[in-house]
Design a protein around this ligand. Sequence first.
Ligand SMILES: Nc1ncnc2c1ncn2[C@@H]1O[C@H](COP(=O)(O)OP(=O)(O)OP(=O)(O)O)[C@@H](O)[C@H]1O
Ligand SMILES: [Mg+2]
Length: 238
Amino acid sequence: MSMETPLYEGKAKSVYQTQNPDELRVVFRNDMTAFNGVKHDQFENKGRFNATASEFFMRLLEEKGVSTHFINRPDPDTMIVKKLQMIPLEVIVRNVAAGSMVKKYPIQEGTVLNPPVVAIDYKDDERGDPMINDEIIFALGILNPEELGAVKKAALRINEILSVFFDEYGIRLVDFKLEFGKAKGAIILGDEISMDSMRLWDKRTGESFDKDVYRFEKGDVMTAYRRVLERIIPGFGG
Ligand SMILES: Nc1ncnc2c1ncn2[C@@H]1O[C@H](COP(=O)(O)OP(=O)(O)OP(=O)(O)O)[C@@H](O)[C@H]1O
Ligand SMILES: [Mg+2]
């Protein structure tokens, strides 16, 4: 627990300014929420599991030439990141129909989406994160066409890298959510890549390894999160 006042306290992470004006400290808390905060609990290890996953995937992306905000992880639940001017969009990439896509549209859960579907929500809890489109993004002055093109291209590239990676470990990357920000004009991946932000299914059994275990009470959610890390990180003991 920190005595400092956070710059921002979200539903799962707390963000602090560091001594360096260009860097932030993001603490992944043990809070778990679903259905826009209606369901709320705390789970031991949750913060460090998601911080561990975020470091792992952001390093993987950096190796493949994708710019991310990740700098280092000084504590199990804490990342130092590049401070970004966040773009208020949730960029969702879907490889398989599930979740809200199945709830909102006439498509059966499990339908393979090829090519993958990119959908963008306007990030605003009070408005219920409404879906947005290119024209509304331009009208609101959130991004210009060139920037939006860069965001979508990055999202699809990230999908390619993560899908191939998970496939090798017997996991299907069903869908995931990204948040981007700007620093000195460049578009950079921010926020997190974790079991909170991805939907992951066991390729063999179809079992969920993500927040759906919590949302729909499919079992012990921290066991599910731990199993992802044990599969993909050599020597992950925690
Ligand atoms: N590099 C960064 N620079 C500045 N802000 C960031 C950076 N990375 C992430 N953020 C922001 O920090 C906050 C992280 O907190 P958290 O994810 O818990 O909150 P939230 O997004 O408001 O709620 P939730 O994700 O649960 O809907 C988010 O507002 C996110 O957009
Ligand atoms: Mg968030």
